[in-house]
Design a protein around this ligand. Structure first.
Ligand SMILES: Cc1cc2nc3c(=O)[nH]c(=O)nc-3n(C[C@H](O)[C@H](O)[C@H](O)COP(=O)(O)OP(=O)(O)OC[C@H]3O[C@@H](n4cnc5c(N)ncnc54)[C@H](O)[C@@H]3O)c2cc1C
Length: 409
């Protein structure tokens, strides 16, 4: 399968906007909604989206998970706000009765460690999560066996488990309502593509965004929310960012003998993950080795991966998965930050009106509420007011200093 973009571009209604957001998926729409809903903001917003079907976006191909189990406190707090937002969607969206309630399905996550280094990682992360108030619990193999008798725990030394604010949710519905309400509050969404940026003569500002349809718009602030195309959009401003597309594969399957209780999203010692999907279906995912960059429009399946790596791993860990039938499969791309697999967010230190929302690797849908809120605060108030997101700033890329996160799936 390859990406197509049969363009029927829509021209912008105006010649200038206070805020131009490039990319209208999870990050772009979150920011548009947080801005449009902020009483202190009365500016104009343009969201430029090259593919309004979102078919190939990471957002529409994600595994829709949210977890508190990160190794950096900031990522835990970001997901805590994510969980609060998802579980109270209608209330956050102004108690609008049209908005559905789509709370998290708290099936939880279960990280399994099979060696001493893994045990140390889980223990360290557990300390961080506890400090942030997460309900994570370390479990010895016998405790895991008692709670989830279907696992084969050979080779497992420790587990880390939580079912509060952790499980699966419905990012597509949240995305849809962010877009819909942002639009109703004046944000303009157009089907078009940003193809070039004009910098000011001294190189400290983006003055204008050029569109594939031929128009250009002047901008007060421009946001790079272009997902796997983030490096290309940054490049239009002469900026290099370490973000590349990487293929990730997902499989939905039925088991001949379903499990006795919902399967937490289990990160096996092999790196393969698997979780409950529907009431009698499961979802597993992983990637090929060696991992590396993909062509931007290559969404082809690797036909050996399921048989050679994913299925053997899950059938070893859960013997009932010896007899399964794959009913759906897809390939999506992570916007993979090769420096540290963490977000690159916030303003460029020199091109001051260029804001990044990039490099979310495998955890961007759950981070979208906190990221949209944070970037809106920065634009409206010139500072973060709820969570300080400055550890994600681009400065660390310039200095080559990673902001590490060890719990990457
Ligand atoms: C298989 C898989 C599983 C995942 N599982 C999870 C999970 O369980 N939990 C989690 O939190 N995250 C998960 N993720 C990651 C998550 O999906 C992403 O981090 C998140 O969706 C990023 O959103 P985004 O808006 O930044 O990017 P995207 O969703 O990729 O959207 C970027 C948008 O920008 C548009 N665009 C690009 N260039 C231009 C341009 N020049 N002009 C106009 N528009 C442009 C694109 O068309 C696209 O719609 C997963 C990802 C994959 C692939």
């Amino acid at each position: 399968m390859s990406e197509s973009n049969a363009a029927v571009h829509v021209p912008p209604a105006r010649k200038n906007y206070d805020v131009v957001i490039i990319g209208g998926a999870m990050m772009g729409s979150s920011l548009a909604w947080f801005l449009a809903s902020n009483d202190a903001f009365d500016g104009s917003i343009l969201v430029v989206e090259r593919d309004p079907t979102y078919e190939f976006s990471s957002t529409y191909r994600s595994a829709a998970g949210i977890r508190q189990q990160f190794s950096s406190e900031l990522n835990v707090r970001i997901s805590q706000f994510g969980a609060q937002f998802i579980d109270n969607l209608r209330s956050f969206l102004g108690d609008d009765p049209r908005v559905p309630e789509v709370p998290i399905r708290n099936i939880g996550y279960m990280y399994l460690a099979g060696d001493e280094a893994g045990v140390e990682r889980l223990k360290y992360a557990h300390g961080v999560q506890q400090k942030a108030g997460a309900a994570t619990r370390l479990m010895r193999p016998e405790e895991i066996a008692e709670a989830y008798p279907f696992y084969n725990l050979d080779g497992v030394l420790l587990g880390s488990h939580n079912t509060v604010g952790e499980g699966t949710w419905d990012p597509v519905t949240v995305h849809d309502w962010w877009k819909r309400i942002a639009r109703e509050r004046g944000a303009e969404f157009i089907h078009n593509e940003a193809v070039a940026l004009d910098l000011s003569q001294d190189g400290t500002r983006v003055d204008a965004v050029h569109l594939a349809s031929g128009e250009s718009v002047a901008c007060g602030t421009v946001i790079n929310a272009a997902g796997t195309r983030a490096a290309s959009v940054a490049g239009m401003a002469g900026i290099t960012i370490p973000v590349e597309p990487r293929k990730r594969f997902a499989y939905v399957f039925k088991a001949e003998q379903p499990l006795s209780k919902p399967l937490p999203l289990t990160i096996d010692t092999s790196g393969v993950y698997c979780r409950q999907d529907g009431s009698d279906t499961y979802l597993a995912g992983g990637h090929t080795e060696p991992d590396g960059p993909s062509a931007i429009d290559d969404f082809s399946m690797d036909h050996g991966l399921w048989m050679d790596r994913i299925w053997p791993a899950i059938a070893t860990r859960i013997p009932q998965f010896e007899a399964v039938r794959v009913i759906a499969e897809w390939c999506g791309h992570y916007a993979y930050n090769t420096l540290d697999q963490n977000a690159i967010a916030g303003p460029h230190p020199h091109v001051r009106n260029f804001i990044f929302m990039n490099g979310f690797s495998g955890h961007g849908v759950q981070q979208s509420p906190a990221m949209g809120r944070g970037m809106a605060e920065l634009i409206v108030h010139g500072e973060y007011r709820s969570l300080d997101l400055s550890p994600f700033h681009f400065d660390r890329v310039l200095s080559g200093t990673p902001y590490p996160e060890s719990a990457i799936i």
